[in-house]
Design a protein around this ligand. Structure first.
Ligand code: MG
Length: 389
């Protein structure tokens, strides 16, 4: 496999490189890294470039790209920069597969670029499908491109669906949610949550944005929308159950009430690797699961009252069109404001809901409309908290 890796210095990107090393050591599924792309982490990208010798490296941040170029003068490597550089990396000629693990809406154009260049797409950038799902899936169909889920829940559903007799036999899918660090908390207590508290996730080690999304359960809401697009299902056929241990990564339920689950340790290496090697299964860096050592697994109904973001996303999915794009854009802006200490934890669902409610549902016919709905939602959020640009 010849891989273009977008977001290589992030949590998914660094684990993807660990997976690639393991595959290359094992030998039956060699992977060459053709191009690496990152936002601004020059030092780590340089280390990765020296270790994996890609033909090109892209940095979203222009100043970082200049710095990177200076530091790698001794190397035979092309340096790309800015949003266009990221798209060029996504569609890199010598790559056959693009792994997009960029965080946020910034990933949408590269996703489309990879699809139009007919690359197999391993997708870890959920915002891409949340905001631009209809256009992304349509482009994938038109170009005959497979989209393989990297998100652990969607990978679990995808794994469970192998050997499925067809969509008619499927009753629903059930996404599991850890419930985050504030499971069981009430609104009064949640109001005082600090960014430091919210950044401590009990089971998964991830980037800041997704960790906050897990604490508000916005992440699960985004994943419901992501699942709707990936598996072509209406909101009614996507259930959510809180599962504190993050061992059951998700399930599918057939019309005969048979339920299939995919289990494993909470570790992204397996979903990343399966997206790359599918349909093959090979040894992975993930630790084996010891069920007897765990003893028990617990499940609960999601708490929509104290964690309204999940319900806001389900509503956005039902309304459709550009509403999920607005909810996602607003969320990206409010998470940033929360991390900066400018708003409280319970302002997150309130502002996301209001931004989604304001968005007319009309379906987008091109990417620009998605980007515009995203921009407008962010702008509205900044105005709503009295921040002038
Ligand atoms: Mg997930």
């Amino acid at each position: 496999m010849k891989l273009s890796l977008l977001g290589s210095t992030g949590s998914i990107g660094t684990q993807a490189l660990k997976v690639v090393e393991g595959l290359n050591q094992e030998g039956s599924f060699p992977v060459s890294i053709e191009v690496l792309a990152a936002r601004s982490n020059v030092r780590l990208l340089e280390q990765q470039a020296r270790a994996f010798r890609p033909k090109a490296a892209a940095l979203f941040d222009e100043a970082a790209a200049k710095d990177f170029k200076d530091r790698t003068r001794d190397m035979d490597i092309q340096v790309l920069s800015g949003p266009d550089g990221l798209c060029e990396a996504a569609a890199w000629e010598t790559a056959d597969t693009t792994l997009n693990s960029v965080v946020g809406m910034v990933g949408l154009r590269p996703t489309m670029a990879a699809i139009k260049a007919k690359k197999k797409l391993a997708l870890a950038n959920k915002e891409t499908l949340v905001a631009g799902g209809s256009l992304v899936m349509e482009a994938a169909r038109e170009n005959g491109v497979d989209i393989l889920p990297v998100d652990s829940e969607h990978s679990a559903v995808f794994q469970c669906l192998q050997g499925s007799p067809g969509k008619g036999a499927l009753k629903r899918i059930i996404l599991t949610a850890s419930g985050g660090p504030f499971f069981g908390w009430e609104k009064e207590r949640l109001q005082a949550v600090t960014p430091q508290q919210a950044l401590r996730h009990p089971n998964w080690s991830m980037g800041a944005k997704i960790t906050i999304d897990c604490a508000t359960m916005m992440n699960k809401g985004l994943e419901v929308i992501e699942a709707a697009w990936l598996f072509g299902l209406p909101a009614e056929k996507i259930g959510v159950v809180v599962h504190r241990e993050s061992i059951v990564h998700s399930m599918i339920e057939y019309v005969d009430n048979g339920v299939m689950a995919q289990l494993g340790t909470p570790d992204m290496c397996l979903p990343i690797q399966y997206a790359l090697t599918y349909p093959r299964r090979l040894p992975s860096p993930s630790a084996p699961l010891d069920l007897a050592a765990l003893g028990k697994l617990t499940f609960f109904e999601p708490d929509l009252e104290n964690f309204p973001c999940l319900g806001v996303c389900i509503e956005a999915l039902k309304r459709g069109g550009l509403v999920p794009a607005a909810a996602n854009g607003a969320n990206e802006a409010v998470v940033q404001l929360f991390l900066e200490g400018r708003i409280g934890f319970m302002d997150i669902p309130r502002l996301v809901k209001e931004a989604a409610d304001r968005q007319p549902a009309g379906a987008p016919s091109q990417i620009e409309e998605v980007l515009e709905a995203d921009r407008a939602a962010r702008q509205w959020v900044r105005k709503a908290i009295g921040q002038t640009e």
